[in-house]
Ligand binder design. Structure first.
Ligand code: ATP
Ligand code: MG
Length: 554
């Protein structure tokens, strides 16, 4: 196997184009519609478009496809800009399809003048009914043969606001019997008396997406216009407009959408989850949105590495969410500071440790990072340990605490469990043990060998925090493909709140966006809901890599 990664099909096309001199420089764009927050699918598209421009020394525009005044909002524009920058990309130009409204209007006039567009008074029902289907040709509208002068005048009157929504449309005059239904005289302008987030009330007619997208690419001289597979049948229409308008010939290339298991990716569905409060917002840490993943603690590098590994395809497919989590762990393992937190605390009392004594132990911040340094962690007679690290009747290979068992306390001493106390319900309330003063980590002369190490937090030193543990948002791999409503597959237990976790004191200085590995418990990050008096940590991901394990087995 060669060390060079093989080219994907778009890289091959681009390298051929550059070698043939078709283009001196490539120019791509990322064209979001500002009607929702970006998700992991968009991240793939961003990584692809910006990545190709970087690799081939080209340019990449950010273009907001804001032709629909009803669903678009400035809030979305801001979040999109922010998310792209966070992913690590910068655009060469920031454009808006709405900046081209005047130009698009002129394009429509050009088509009318060429006898290639007409104003139709038919209702939307009549237009749909006359479309025909794959086996039946459509029927020409009664208004199809209006004169150029009449069409120009009516189109101008549409713009001036003389008609109500739906009263008239402008249609391209192509072929009502065309085998591609999208070319059966598609609507290119409609009347919509609606306020636009940028053009305000300047317009009451708006171009259809199909009449704006291809021409916007052309106006910007986009060389490789990359979009998802569902637009493959639109390509002949875009090419028709470009040819008839005699404008710059951008070429469209299609790739398969990125789909992930246990989630949904359609903005419409994500909006429902937000509006119906199944999640706390677009940035809920369970959402597949970039803002949700960031809040959850995913890193931009992990997302980029995932996009690289998942690659691009020409056929629909669904990728295991475990692969994304694998790259999150891989990145965080290198950078996250280690810390100790006890999620389900029970007290361990070290009987032979002096009552009033405390110590400051030095524990490494990250064993994966030579320059990670050390931090001071307080130790004392009373410690919090995980309830699950003690068993009254431990099975054979339980290398933690139980009557007579020995374990190492991380960064500290070896202890032997001697006794424990229970309440009237049989719950363990306190555990007693003794320590070996000469077994201190790093300078252990005790000669005692133990198999297990557990984490702990000293009671007098401990701070408290809320911890939020997340599970898959859906119970099935592909909720969108299941029968019935996708919402009936929501996992009701996807969020577990642990209100009072005992954390080591150093964590009180955590800042939003900082990453930690809570020993044995997973990767965590401070949530923006935190305040000085109330810390909240999100579990980004557990430590167990199910994806890597599966790969080993296979
Ligand atoms: P939705 O159908 O959920 O509304 P969309 O495709 O309409 O999504 P846009 O804002 O138009 O969303 O997408 C911007 C760009 O991102 C487009 O080029 C689109 O092809 C691409 N994109 C959207 N979803 C995905 C995905 N799941 N995988 C890869 N690229 C995607
Ligand atoms: Mg779209």
């Amino acid at each position: 196997m060669s060390a060079e990664k093989s080219l994907n099909f778009l890289e091959e096309i681009i390298e051929n184009d550059l070698a043939a001199g078709t283009y001196q420089q490539i120019h791509t764009r990322f064209p979001p519609e500002p009607n929702g927050y970006l998700h992991i699918g968009h991240a793939s598209s961003i990584h692809l478009n910006f990545g190709l421009a970087l690799k081939y020394n080209g340019k990449c525009n950010l273009r907001f496809d804001d032709t629909n005044p009803v669903t678009e909002e400035t809030e979305y524009v801001d979040s999109i800009r922010n998310d792209i920058k966070w992913l690590g990309y910068n655009w060469d130009n920031e454009f808006y399809a709405s900046d081209y409204f005047e130009q698009l209007y002129a394009f429509a006039q050009t088509l009318i003048r060429k006898g290639l567009a007409y104003v139709d008074d038919s209702s939307s029902e009549e237009i749909a009914a006359s479309k025909g289907d794959l086996n039946t040709p459509g029927k020409n509208a009664p208004y199809r043969d209006r004169t150029i002068e009449e069409n120009l005048a009516l189109f101008a009157a549409m713009r001036e606001g003389k008609y109500k929504d739906g009263e008239k449309v402008l249609r391209a005059k192509i072929d009502m019997a065309h085998p591609n239904l999208l070319l059966r005289d598609p609507i290119i302008y409609r009347i919509k008396h609606a306020h636009h987030h940028r053009t305000g009330d300047q317009w009451c007619i708006y171009p259809m997406y199909d009449f704006a997208h291809g021409q916007s690419d052309s106006i910007e001289h986009i060389t490789h216009s990359i979009c998802t597979l569902e637009f493959i049948h639109h390509r002949p229409l875009y090419d028709w407009f470009i040819e008839k308008l005699e404008i710059y010939p951008s070429h469209q290339y299609e790739f398969a959408r990125r789909n992930l298991t246990y989630t949904v990716m359609s903005k419409r569905k994500l909006l429902q989850l937000v509006n119906e409060k199944h999640v706390s917002g677009w940035d809920d840490p369970r959402m597949p949105t970039i803002s949700g993943m960031r809040r959850r603690g995913y890193t931009a590098a992990a997302i980029r590495n995932f996009c690289d590994a998942a690659g691009i395809a020409k056929r629909e497919n669904i990728v295991d969410i475990g692969l994304l989590e694998h790259f999150v762990r891989e990145d965080l393992n290198k950078t996250a500071l280690r810390a100790m937190a006890v999620l389900d605390p029970v007290k361990l009392i070290i009987t032979n440790y002096p009552d009033s004594k405390t110590e400051e132990l030095e524990i490494e911040n990250n064993p994966e990072d030579e320059n990670g340094g050390k931090r001071k962690v307080g130790f004392s007679k009373e410690l919090w340990i995980e309830r699950e690290d003690f068993m009254e009747q431990p099975p054979k290979k339980f290398f933690r605490l139980g009557p007579g068992l020995q374990v190492r306390l991380k960064g500290a001493y070896i202890v032997t469990c001697e006794d424990y106390k229970k309440d009237e319900n049989g719950n363990i309330t306190e555990i007693y043990g003794s320590y070996y003063p000469e077994s201190k980590s790093g300078q252990d002369t005790s000669g005692i060998h133990v198999k297990g190490t557990i984490h702990w937090v000293s009671v007098p030193h401990a701070k408290q925090a809320e911890v939020r543990l997340y599970d898959r948002l859906f119970k099935v791999e592909n909720p969108a493909a299941e029968e019935g409503n996708f919402k009936s597959y929501i996992n009701e237990n996807s969020l577990q709140i642990v209100p009072s976790v005992q954390i080591e004191a150093s964590l009180a200085a955590a800042i939003t966006g900082q990453h930690f590995q809570f020993l044995r418990k997973g990767y965590f990050t401070l949530d923006p809901d935190s305040s000085e008096t109330h810390l909240v940590f999100n579990r980004t991901v557990t430590l167990k890599d199910s994806w890597a394990k599966e790969q080993k087995k296979a």
